[in-house]
Ligand binder design. Sequence first.
Ligand code: FES
Length: 361
Amino acid sequence: MVASTVKKLLRAGDWLATPLNAARYLETINPLWSDHGRGRVERLIQETPDTVTLVIRANGAWAGGEAGQYVQLGLDIDGVRYWRCYSLASPVQPGSREFSVTVNRLDGGRVSTYINDCLRAGDLVHLKATAGDFVLPAQRDDQKLLFISAGSGVTPVMGMLRQLIAERSGADVVMLHFSPDYAHCIFHDELRASNSEQRRIHLAVTREDARDGDLAGHFSADMLEQVCPDWRSRQAYVCGPSSLMSAVSELFLGAGLSSQLKQEAFVLKRAEVPEGAGGKVGFVVAGKQVDADGKTSLLEVAEGAGLTPEHGCRMGICCGCLATLKEGQVRDLNTGEVFGESGEKVRICVCAAAGDVSLEL
Ligand code: FES
């Protein structure tokens, strides 16, 4: 209340604040008064040895989002701002600006390692708008839903499950979640506690003996038939590594039911890249040139050269990394396609050099 009154008064006096507008001054008093999306980490919850949940309270400039969508989170690490996309693992309740994301430490992942090891309650983060259509149907009370997830792919699914529970939805849910073992099963206790007649949650472990009636092994059509014989009549969601995504999408494709399946990939699917496919990458604005192989994304090449290009998801989804190609061609690391004309915008997070190339960066 006090904050909003101060903001109104100061904004009314924007002309006094020249050369900066009042919002910039407000931001120096309290970063959460910024007119850009900001959030404070309210608390951290250690989910597994290498996974932590951040409960974040956003400021009024953040537009909110739906469970299952991803939010772009910006962190300042050693003076450089890094943006990453994380799924909302919780609903954003009406009237609340609190939400959670759950971050799994990736091998060599600068941001996920920082979040797991260094981030503390009270720290501030930058936020950009949420995006993505991996969300619940608008009419869901009488829906039959099927969630299939593995590893950290459980996070958007958990967001939707929590949403359904919070709104006491009448949706009929079957969930099949895979984890290598119990120690690394994110949300293990909550998933068990959420199991009910209306929400039948099946856990499967792939590298440990199953217990308590759980399943053992990887996804298969037989396993799905076993836990969910009516899967063909459900709106389905799958999120996890590419092996799971491929197996599930092939099953739905074979059944002529692809339109009933929503997919959220967490791991970039990499096409084969021929040896020696890279080249010299020129960054014309920065005035730098470096050697690059044909497998490393141009975003990583740029970061390795000390540049800090804008980006978001790093998975080819959000188009937050578009850069203009000046010369040469690039390879789409998802499909292997080589393409590009001078002046074309390319997603540098999923494209690598295909020979010598220069970018307007
Ligand atoms: S960072 Fe999202 S498409 Fe490249």
